[in-house]
Ligand binder design. Structure first.
Ligand SMILES: [Zn+2]
Ligand SMILES: [Zn+2]
Length: 247
């Protein structure tokens, strides 16, 4: 009881700093002040049901029909469908940058919480699926100390009851940063960089590949291609956020 009371009054006694705008406030919740939280834009509803890109027209989401964009019809991606929870924009971008590049691993939970309403019901639609986080190279994992995708996926799996299969897919070759590379160069950069290490975990299973950020999708496509060599039943992709570049 005392710890509950202390927890409730903690913010009043020790104002915290909002990770996105830097303002000190007594009402910081999930690392953000109220005004930054209010700034999280809801996603548009007219997204392609397969790849998640915005469609050039509006449609009624309640028809139950899955709308596909022209690109997915012409050339289906190497996954059944893709879901993302948040746009990679302020304040989510600031949280992600701190989480990924500033050793702020404690931001995994607040970030996962922001993705929870969209992703957990989507995970629960596939209760027998296993969740495979996009791996880091051993060098990157060592230098950063944690894999952001794994930490986020662990919370989402805990809330949805799905099994986390970390290590089923591994990164066997270090790659240069994808930032600044063209779409073609990104695909080349990650080609052959991943390998399946646990065929049994994947063969015949429904697999959800999970990544923290979707940019152009080059890493995701390469991971899906590699996973397919282990003959999964089907692959879906979930990411916490997606950049405007990837939309
Ligand atoms: Zn703020
Ligand atoms: Zn599409």
């Amino acid at each position: 009881m005392l710890s509950g009371l202390l927890n409730k009054t903690r913010h009043l006694l020790f104002p915290e700093r909002c990770v996105a705008c830097g303002k000190c406030d007594t009402k910081i919740d999930d690392a953000l002040c109220q005004s930054c939280r209010n700034g999280i834009e809801p996603l548009p509803k007219n997204l392609c049901g397969v790849c998640g890109r915005p469609l050039p027209f509006e449609y009624e989401i309640d028809t139950g029909e899955l709308y596909e964009c022209g690109d997915c019809r012409k050339k289906p991606p190497p996954f059944e469908r893709l879901k993302f929870a948040l746009a990679y924009e302020t304040p989510i971008r600031e949280l992600m940058l701190n989480f990924k590049f500033n050793s702020a691993r404690s931001l995994a939970k607040p970030l996962a919480e922001f993705g929870r309403p969209a992703l957990v019901p989507w995970f629960c639609d596939w209760p027998d699926a296993i969740v495979v986080p996009v791996p880091l190279s051993p060098y990157r994992l060592f230098s950063r100390g944690y894999n952001p995708s794994f930490l986020l996926a662990r919370f989402l799996c805990g809330w949805s009851g799905l099994k986390l299969a970390d290590g089923a897919l591994r990164k066997v070759r270090a790659t240069r940063s994808q930032t600044g590379l063209s779409i073609k160069a990104r695909a080349k950069n990650v080609k052959g960089a991943f390998a399946v290490f646990n065929q049994k975990a994947i063969e015949g299973r429904q697999v959800i590949l999970f990544d923290d950020i979707h940019t152009t999708g080059a890493t995701i496509r390469e991971c899906c291609k590699t996973l397919k060599t282990a003959k999964p039943n089907a692959i879906r992709v979930a990411t916490l956020c997606r950049t405007a570049e990837g939309r």
